[in-house]
Design a protein around this ligand. Structure first.
Ligand SMILES: Nc1ncnc2c1ncn2[C@@H]1O[C@H](COP(=O)(O)OP(=O)(O)OP(=O)(O)O)[C@@H](O)[C@H]1O
Length: 857
């Protein structure tokens, strides 16, 4: 095979007869593609009829017509920038062309093609395995976080998320197992793709044999060509694939639209009534909008069918977003439009309503109409406040083009842009790169693991350099986590942290958990925090879902509640209805189980002991909470008034409505600090301030701690303790702490001399019942209160609904009304990370909360 076949008739038995790596021409590749035998199976097998059918289809793709030129440019250059219209065949065909030229399979190498999204990596690998007539997971496979379908020694074409390739680069800085690396959809500018670009540029200088292809439909080609010039004057060559498979008509709105969700629903209904057969893809920003739109469209269409049965066909609405279970995501590809309801009646239509996960790389067969309202949800991290905002933003021109490109793939299409052409021209050309709006602590750790010195981080060859403050914050967090030593090199702990596919804080939590004799429980909690939403809350069963959640609740800790759910899931594994009956996601739990297995394997690799807590329930819980403090001590807040103030950053937030805690807890540790119109702490547990001082002494070092109420509260713990010996007879009369800071917990600690003795324990001792009975009674009382609240909320919603109807019928809402204070500040300051809080504190030297208190007084 591959050039060393000498027998005279070997061209009939070896489709790759005469092929020399990277000297292959288009003509040779076409001959091999047409061969009866499959070049990539061992021994070669006969091609199936399906292969031939798909090959006929592939030949019509624009990239196929460019095959000769592609082989020339690929053979002659180390790095190629490739731009081609969405649907021209880049993602599916280019890696296959490379397979013929590279002959990676015969050289023990692999070809990698990265994707920013898991769903794209997986679905493209499935399609390509079918096109190449091989079994998925063998010659062609995929690797995404916590899911690897490749076979060592057999897989030579691997679709993978960019994050997975980056992870591999940490153990092999030169990525030696790959002969060619293709970075696809680079216009998305994910953090991992950006780092990979810098890394591959350096690897290319060391490894002349490594080829790199940078691909996208919509990229600023010159910027990439210059970046990849490898120090010489010559830019990397640009290979353009003109044309698309089928034409697409783009239709703009004449006027700015009303409320974009309403407008989108209206458009879908109009298309359904007025346009030729063909499925519809609508882009909305998030799960709530999508589920609501699915319901409304279905209701409206059912209503229309009753009114006009001879002119309106049936419809099926399919939601599509990242948190959905794979079987539900798969519906998007598998489910077809419903048939006509009778002879001579109109055909049915499939409507897919998706977030921007369907924006790139995906082909959903049958889509003819795309409806693009022009918005998406974007996460922006503010390094100063350490808060993430998740807000609706206008999309970029590049995104709009990608959305348009979801049609015209298997037949001609139409794209309805629910904004004017002038508005489109005013959009940003590209989406803001993730590196400019993310928490960089993980990136910093990965770069250092890749061999970059901390002091050189700012000089790394970034395509767009991140803000120094963001880098500094990343280094600072890692210093607190003891990932670096005094010389700023990786400590063994830091090096181990980088090996876990987790945020550094969670990795550190996992690694330190054996010290608290609860690593079994912590690995479960970490896995539960790493998967999408566990709780299921259907719109028409919210009350039942909340009641079910209440039954899992461990008072004072969402983390322990998650542990409880997982343990009960494992106990009830044989009952497949259990998740649904309990309003939890069976898929998320199964995924948590897989994640857990993987993390457990990694722990084994580093000889981290897996131990479970022993002793009383109270003691076990305490050990777990103490371990959580040891890893997540930078995510702590203290109650002030009706909200919580984060430590050091002094930001105010409320507990997220999904939290099972009441607001009575003074100190809490949280998993997420997020802004979604309001600031929230999500997944929260109560902790003791003494643990903070004991378990994170360098972060809570009172000598360097900023002055303020938090410091006073922390001092209140240390001072009375020091004085406790002498003052025992005056404890209640002589209150050393400011009275307002003296909590019930302090009182109990003073009375009993044990800081871990809680209010519940005290009650239990007095009335002779257990804390869990008390919690049960409290939970039943809460349930009654919740039922009342649900009623009240319903009324409020009715009133809001009536008001909203009144408002929308009398007032035009244009995109400008979605322009938030944050957008205004971003426009004024030129940085999206500068929040309202920053603006207020910049101007007044006060926090927003203090400022508004003063203002309202
Ligand atoms: N799963 C699939 N089912 C049916 N057709 C498919 C599938 N995947 C790809 N195709 C066909 O192959 C064509 C090329 O798809 P491919 O993903 O390679 O294009 P692309 O240029 O990479 O597009 P994009 O920039 O959107 O990722 C599609 O337009 C479609 O006709």
């Amino acid at each position: 095979m591959a050039g060393n076949s000498k027998s005279p008739d070997s061209s009939t038995t070896d489709p790759l007869h005469g092929f020399l790596p990277r000297k292959v021409s288009g003509a040779q590749a076409r001959k091999a593609l047409e061969h009866d035998l499959n070049a990539f199976t061992n021994p070669p097998t006969h091609h199936t009829a399906r292969y031939k059918e798909l090959l006929a289809y592939r030949k019509k793709l624009p990239v196929y017509a460019q095959m000769d030129d592609f082989f020339t440019v690929f053979n002659e250059n180390q790095i190629v920038i490739l731009a081609g219209e969405a649907g021209s065949g880049k993602t599916t065909q280019i890696p296959q062309f490379v397979a013929y030229s590279d002959l990676a399979h015969s050289r023990g190498k692999m070809i990698a093609c990265t994707q920013p999204r898991r769903v794209a990596a997986k679905s493209t690998a499935e399609r390509v395995a079918e096109e190449m007539d091989v079994q998925l997971g063998y010659q062609v496979g995929y690797s995404i976080r916590f899911e690897n379908r490749t076979k060592r020694g057999t897989t030579f074409l691997k679709y993978m998320t960019d994050g997975m390739l980056l992870r591999e680069a940490m153990s092999d800085h030169s990525l030696r197992q790959y002969s060619t690396i293709i970075l696809d959809e680079v216009h998305e500018r994910t953090l991992a793709t950006d780092i990979l670009m810098g890394l591959l540029k350096a690897v290319a200088k060391r490894r002349a044999d490594l080829k790199i292809i940078i691909m996208s439909a919509t990229l600023n080609a010159v910027k990439f060509q210059e970046y990849f010039s490898l120090g010489s004057e010559t830019r990397a060559p640009l290979f353009k694939v003109p044309g698309r498979t089928h034409p697409i008509e783009i239709i703009y709105s004449q006027e700015p639209e009303l409320n974009y969700v309403e407008a989108a629903i209206r458009f879908v209904l109009t298309i359904h009534r007025a346009e030729d057969p063909g499925d519809i893809l609508l882009f909305l920003t998030g799960e709530d909008e999508i589920e609501m739109a699915c319901r409304e469209i279905k209701l409206e269409v059912d209503h229309l069918i009753k009114q006009y049965p001879s002119s309106v066909g049936p419809i099926v609405c399919i939601p599509f977003y990242a948190a959905l279970e794979p079987t539900q995501q798969q519906r998007v590809f598998d489910q077809t439009a419903p048939p006509a309801e009778g002879p001579d009646l109109p055909l049915g239509r499939k409507v897919v309503i998706s977030t921007n996960i369907a924006e790139t790389s995906l082909t959903i067969d049958g889509i003819v109409y795309v409806v693009d309202p022009g918005y998406f949800k974007q996460k922006i991290y503010n390094p100063r406040t350490r808060r993430e905002s998740l807000l609706v933003h206008p999309i970029s021109q590049a995104s709009a083009q990608q959305r348009t490109g979801r049609t015209g793939r298997t037949r001609p299409g139409k794209c309805f842009r629910l904004y004017t052409e002038e508005y489109f021209m005013s959009l940003e050309e590209e989406t803001c790169p993730e590196i400019l709006r993310s928490n960089l602590s993980n990136m910093v750790l990965q770069l250092v693991k890749l061999g970059i010195w901390v002091k050189d981080l700012a000089q790394f060859d970034y395509l767009d350099t991140p803000a120094p403050e963001a880098l500094m914050r990343g280094v600072e967090s890692l210093n607190y986590l003891k990932a670096f030593d005094e010389d700023e090199t990786l400590t063994p702990l830091g090096s181990m942290m980088a090996e876990f596919p987790l945020d550094p804080q969670l990795a550190s939590l996992l690694i330190t958990s054996p010290q608290f004799k609860c690593s079994e429980e912590i690995v479960t909690i970490t896995s539960m925090l790493s998967v999408p939403r566990i709780w299921v809350r259907p719109a028409d069963q919210k009350r039942e879902a909340d009641a079910a959640k209440e039954l899992f609740t461990i008072p004072g800790s969402d983390h322990l509640t998650l542990l409880n759910v997982y343990n009960q899931y494992v106990e009830n594994k044989s009952d497949e209805d259990w998740p649904q009956m309990n309003f939890v996601s069976g898929h998320a739990l199964a995924e948590a189980e897989e994640v857990r297995e993987q993390l457990q394997r990694l722990m084994g690799k580093f000889e981290l002991e897996l131990v479970s807590t022993t002793g009383t329930e109270r003691k076990s819980r305490q050990s777990i909470l103490r371990a959580l403090v040891c890893g997540l001590f930078m995510q702590v807040a203290r109650r002030e008034g009706n909200s919580y103030r984060t430590i050091k950053e002094d930001q105010f937030a409320e507990l997220h409505p999904s939290c099972q805690l009441n607001e009575g807890h003074e100190w809490v540790l949280f998993d997420e600090f997020i802004f979604t119109g309001r600031s929230y702490l999500r997944t929260v547990s109560e902790v003791s301030q003494e643990w903070l001082l004991e378990l994170a002494p360098s972060y809570f070092d009172l000598r360097t701690f900023p002055d303020g109420l938090t410091k006073l509260a922390l001092e209140a713990v240390t001072k009375p303790k020091a004085a406790a010996g002498e003052q025992s007879s005056h404890r209640m009369a002589d209150r050393a702490t400011p009275w307002s800071l003296y909590t019930m917990n302090d009182a109990i600690a003073n009375l009993t001399g044990a800081s871990t003795y809680t209010l519940e324990d005290a009650v239990a001792d007095f009335i002779g019942t257990t804390p869990s009975n008390i919690a049960g009674a409290a939970s039943r009382a809460r349930e009654r209160k919740r039922a009342l609240l649900v009623e009240q909320k319903k009324k409020i919603q009715q009133i809001r609904h009536q008001n909203a109807n009144r408002a929308t019928s009398s007032r035009l809402i244009n995109p400008a009304s979605l322009y938030t204070m944050e957008d205004a500040i971003a426009n004024l300051t030129g940085t999206s990370a500068y929040s309202l809080e920053d603006a207020v504190s910049g101007f007044t030297n006060m926090t927003l909360q203090d400022y508004s208190l003063l203002f309202h007084r």
